[in-house]
Design a protein around this ligand. Sequence first.
Ligand SMILES: C[S@@+](CC[C@H](N)C(=O)[O-])C[C@H]1O[C@@H](n2cnc3c(N)ncnc32)[C@H](O)[C@@H]1O
Length: 206
Amino acid sequence: MKLKKSPIDVFDNWVKIGKDDGLEKNHASAVGKMVEYSISSLDQFSFIDAGCGNGWLVRNMSNDSRCIKSIGIDGSKRMIEKAKKLDKKNEYVCSDLLDWKPSEKVDLVMSMEVLYYFENPKKLIHHIYENWITKNSRLIIGIDYYKENVNSHSWPEDTGISIMRLFSENEWKQMFLNSNFKNVYSWKVNQKKDWEGTLIVTGEKL
Ligand SMILES: C[S@@+](CC[C@H](N)C(=O)[O-])C[C@H]1O[C@@H](n2cnc3c(N)ncnc32)[C@H](O)[C@@H]1O
């Protein structure tokens, strides 16, 4: 059996081999829909991208005139080094998401294709609820690897990544509810033949 590598090590290597540029290309469409849903009613907001990769979303968000602060955090040293090289304006932090909290809570936390790389995603959802967001704020996540999306099930073998936790749409929603999130909703975007699409789950801290 092939020895598997930690998610952070695998993505760190993606920067080394130039594969990280594909993240924006592959995720921009679903993330665009998450952004539209989250900020359309906001006059002003501070923002964290949890597992920001090379920081493309942090940079895009900061270009919105309503965005007063945009922060990216990721466990990969190379991802954060690249983000900092491309962008001197915004804040980037290299840390495991479970070990970090912002100095000031924010109005919106977004996370694309990150939460299933945690042994216990419920713990992270709870940590974000308690320590990252203000009252009346939103966490929104996008996920392609989930039970109903059967064609994603081979990814742990395909990628050789050691931690990939498979949950159903309902189980993801339940994790938000268990952490006390209100107005919890989920839906799918960009569905196509043999592909259930990106599962979006969101909730508010009321
Ligand atoms: C599939 S990439 C997605 C990156 C970015 N959200 C995007 O859409 O381009 C997953 C990211 O999660 C990060 N990651 C995985 N586990 C992590 C952890 N425990 N703490 C911090 N970052 C982590 C990886 O380093 C990687 O950059």
